[in-house]
Design a binder for this molecule. Structure first.
Ligand SMILES: Nc1nc2c(ncn2[C@@H]2O[C@H](COP(=O)(O)OP(=O)(O)OP(=O)(O)O)[C@@H](O)[C@H]2O)c(=O)[nH]1
Ligand SMILES: [Mg+2]
Length: 489
């Protein structure tokens, strides 16, 4: 969205299609999440139009009748008049096809070919369940404010977007557009901004042409660089530039990560709003942003466990996940997730007070599995348990005996988690004896940083230290200093 929403939240109507494989509860949860997403963006969802269908209607997402219902709310014609139907060109079709394959090198230049008429049929309603009418009634409030935008809970093709805009007479956003806009708004660091711009440009490029009237909306908030107004060639150049810039930043980060490789590292991962940043704050005393909104955190922050331990334990806060996360966004945030990949311990944080947490956990696990982080040892943290009653807590304890039930807001819970983390590392540590000659005393800080010093003696040659640390650190230190003996801790 290009404009800052005024203080009174503009009213929007949500549209969701319930596929046969999706239960009523899941569908309701999906729409509730979409409502939170649009709220995070500054809008107020005042109505919902929902339809049961086998698939999205190719032309207009919804069937004829539902489309009329929707248009009645927004004040649009309710049909895509044939003269106004989506037009497309071979170049566009090719562009869209290459985008889907992710083969951007093959992106054709706009050829200027005469546009061809593509049929955008308005399908008859094909509800698979007679309850549908009932379902769609809920959420319709004729007396409320007239929605000024439609937000669809699915990723739409550019032509579906345009057809819906014509039928409803108002701008239409899809789920991906909403998430890309939130990311755009919340990105802070140079790196996150670049990642988001890549995702945004990839999302917008195929939607740029023929977006009459929608162009302002599609520029996104605060896009002062006006990159999206440029033609696709310029967008492609910009994307290449961004990717190169990002690669340079990532190289720097790789080096920084390399320097941290011997340290004890824990990463907080999980669904958006689960409480990762709250736990990060509590564990490290850092001032990371905690907010009751989706995707508050887009940058990975690394801080030492506080009070500090010897050796230090580093904790990373990471970007949250969401179901149906746009593919480009996952790809562009992959580097942030490398942090998770390199941790020795992954803390999967869930909001246990949200009944849909098991499916949220599954979303997180799926993405991490894709990047190969499923081999990293992990612990499940059932957070926000202060919002549960004792019976619910008992039930969780019984069902997930290995999980940690906690509240990021309770000091004793956080202290317990800290001990769990330390115990985990303790178990994997080994002991060694280091002999540090007086000539190398300047390097003693290195030893203290990476190990726990158990005993210390002096003789005429130097210091003899009995230390305990992670195998990698011990191996390096024993190479650096003469060793008398090592043994498993
Ligand atoms: N009651 C309760 N609220 C919590 C707890 N942990 C976090 N919250 C609240 O949940 C909201 C989200 O917390 P964050 O720590 O920002 O969540 P996050 O996982 O970092 O979210 P993203 O950065 O958006 O992915 C905030 O309003 C927190 O105050 C908890 O244990 N109990
Ligand atoms: Mg956060």
């Amino acid at each position: 969205m290009s404009k800052t929403p005024p203080p009174s939240r503009p009213p929007v109507v949500l549209v969701g299609v319930q596929f046969p494989t999706v239960s009523d509860t899941e569908h309701a949860a999906d729409l509730a999440e979409l409502k939170r997403l649009v709220h995070t963006l500054g809008y107020d969802a005042v109505a919902t139009v929902s339809q049961r269908r086998g698939a999205l209607a190719t032309g207009t997402v919804l069937g004829k009748g539902k489309l009329k219902d929707l248009a009645a709310l927004t004040g649009g014609p309710g049909v895509v008049s044939s003269g106004a139907r989506d037009r497309t060109s071979k170049a566009r079709a090719k562009w869209e096809a290459t985008q889907e394959e992710g083969a951007e090198e093959a992106t054709p230049e706009p050829t200027g070919e005469a546009p061809e008429e593509v049929d955008a049929p308005v399908e008859e309603d094909e509800d698979f369940d007679a309850e549908d009418e009932e379902a769609s009634e809920t959420g319709l409030d004729a007396s409320g404010p007239r929605p000024t935008m439609v937000v669809v809970d699915h990723e739409l093709s550019p032509s579906q977007l345009r057809n819906l805009e014509k039928a409803t007479g108002v701008p239409v956003m899809d789920r991906t557009g909403v998430i890309v806009d939130i990311f755009h708004r919340h990105a802070r660091s140079h790196e996150a901004r670049m990642q988001v711009e890549i995702a945004r440009l990839s999302y917008l490029a195929p939607r740029l042409r023929e977006s009459s009237g929608g162009s302002e909306r599609q520029q996104g908030r605060g896009s002062g660089d006006s990159a999206v107004e440029l033609d696709r060639r310029k967008i492609r150049d910009r994307l290449a530039e961004l990717r190169a810039g990002l690669a340079a930043i990532e190289k720097e980060q790789d080096q920084r990560r390399y320097a941290r490789r011997e340290q004890l590292r824990v990463a907080l991962v999980g669904y958006t709003n689960a409480g990762k940043s709250s736990l990060m704050r509590a564990l490290t005393g850092s001032e990371v942003l905690v907010a009751d909104q989706l995707f508050a955190t887009l940058d990975t922050t690394v801080r030492a466990l506080h009070p500090e331990t010897r050796p230090r334990v580093l904790v990373s806060d990471t970007v949250g996940f969401i179901q149906k996360l746009p593919h480009d966004l996952v790809a562009s945030f992959r580097s942030t997730l490398d942090e998770a990949l390199e941790a020795s311990l992954l803390l999967y944080v869930v909001d246990a007070s949200d009944p849909t947490w098991p499916s949220q956990l599954e979303v997180t696990r799926t993405v991490l599995r894709e990047i190969g982080a499923d081999v990293v040892p992990s612990k499940l943290l059932l957070n926000k348990c202060d919002r549960l009653d004792e019976a619910a807590r008992d039930a969780l304890r019984a069902e997930y005996p290995d999980a940690v039930l906690l509240s990021a807001h309770r000091l004793e819970d956080v202290a317990g988690l800290r001990l769990d983390i330390l115990r985990f590392f303790e178990a994997s540590m080994v002991e060694a004896q280091l002999n540090i000659p007086y000539s190398s005393q300047g390097r003693i800080g290195e030893v203290y940083e990476h190990t726990t010093v158990l005993a210390e003696e002096y003789d005429e040659h130097g210091r003899k230290l009995r230390v305990r640390g992670l195998p990698a650190a011990i191996a390096r230190l024993t190479r650096a200093f003469p060793v008398e003996q090592t043994e498993q801790g």
